[in-house]
Ligand binder design. Structure first.
Ligand SMILES: CSC[C@@H](O)[C@@H](O)C(=O)COP(=O)(O)O
Length: 368
């Protein structure tokens, strides 16, 4: 997507294949800075610290991390160490395990000498596929927004949570693609952007929408129910970190509350889901999906700009205050109106999702 008058992907490789460039998301929306990653360790740190974040993007970053690691050690042990290190960075989004599993399977079948080149090629293929998946989700989602507009005959108010925008993917974004496309097709749309404490990914969404000229309003996480009750929300669109074969949606903490409020108010609630986000091995979302518990400082400390515009941090709780910081929650399928995938819109049910299953779902045994 465009930043100023330049088109960026959220991650790209150098031509001589020595480095991978990312947009450092911990600096956004206050500063747009790119950063070069040259090693496995730097890639793992970037994922852990959420310099790159969002389920699809961390999968792609990890795939490139394997390529960087193999530049130094292309042995079986080197490959396995790289995969294990990257897999341990963040546990919830299945895209990470999916991308690493895909790369590892491909590379283990090759002689060490052939691996490094193949790793770069495979990582680039996953990145390019991600762009195509998001674009297709955008087309299906934009149709849904247009349908609502034709019914309502006024701007469509969409509520979104966290950031499933272009910087959470390689380009387009799962949630922002439908919004960008609807806006570009002159379908009037306005977005309520949940702030999404504690990491405030909503600020990233607001920054992305502003860059594309999409009307939007930033709200606190607690405002959604109030707006829904008063008819000010027509549609909820969220991303996903892992979706079960039954259609249960694991996404950023707070998604579940939005789904409950949407159902209570008869508002359609859709998750935008590229198929690599579906984990066919999970049968019990609450028992089997690992929920990342992040550092208590994320809750105790608020980051932003001070009155002089200088990046700063403010402690809002004593360091002694006990904190829980679960980063994701599960929205059961019964609260999900549908899943917008690259292959179309599906009901959140195993019966409907079955057509999306890979030929042999045993191929994906590495997910577990
Ligand atoms: C297309 S991104 C989908 C999800 O990964 C997104 O909604 C989300 O929950 C991001 O969480 P984050 O902790 O910022 O990586």
């Amino acid at each position: 997507m465009k930043v100023g008058d330049r088109h960026f992907r959220s991650l790209w490789a150098d031509a001589p294949r020595a480095r991978v460039h990312i947009i450092d998301q911990t600096r956004l929306p206050y500063a747009f800075e790119t950063r070069a990653l040259s090693t496995l360790e730097e890639t793992a740190e970037a994922i852990r610290a959420m310099r790159v974040r969002g389920a699809p993007l961390i999968g792609v970053a990890a795939a490139f991390g394997v390529a960087l690691a193999l530049e130094r050690d292309n042995s079986d042990a080197g490959l396995k160490r790289a995969v294990a290190t990257l897999k341990a960075t963040r546990p919830t989004a299945v895209n990470l395990a999916w991308a690493l599993g895909r790369v590892e399977q491909k590379l283990l079948a090759l002689k060490p000498l052939k691996r490094t080149e193949a790793a770069w090629t495979e990582a680039q293929a996953i990145a390019d596929e991600d762009v195509a998946l998001n674009e297709a989700i955008g087309r299906h989602g934009a149709k849904l927004i247009e349908k609502l507009y034709l019914k309502l005959k006024r701007p469509v108010n969409v509520l979104t949570h966290c950031n499933a925008g272009w910087i959470a993917t390689v380009d387009w974004g799962t949630v922002t693609a439908p919004l960008y496309m609807a806006h570009d097709q002159k379908v009037p749309v306005h977005v309520w952007v949940d702030e999404t404490r504690p990491r405030n990914q909503g600020l990233l969404t607001a920054w992305e929408l502003a860059s594309h000229g999409v009307p939007h309003t930033l709200i606190t996480d607690n405002a959604g129910g109030h707006l829904m009750q008063r008819g000010q929300v027509d549609l909820v669109l969220v991303g996903a970190d892992r979706v079960t074969r039954h259609g249960d949606v694991c996404n950023k903490i707070g998604t579940y509350l939005k789904a409950l409020a949407a159902q209570a108010n008869g508002i359609p609630f859709y998750a935008c889901v590229p198929t690599p986000t579906i984990d066919w091995s999970i049968t019990d979302a609450l028992a089997q999906i690992p929920i990342e518990e992040r550092a208590p400082e994320e809750v105790r400390i608020v980051r932003g700009l001070d009155v002089h515009g200088v990046p700063s941090e403010v402690a809002i709780a004593s360091p002694a205050t006990p904190v829980a910081n679960p980063a994701f929650d599960v929205t059961p399928a019964e609260f999900v109106t549908g899943l917008i995938t690259e292959k179309g819109v599906f009901k959140a049910s195993e019966r409907d999702l079955i057509v999306l299953w890979p030929k042999s779902h045993r191929d994906q045994a590495y997910l577990t």
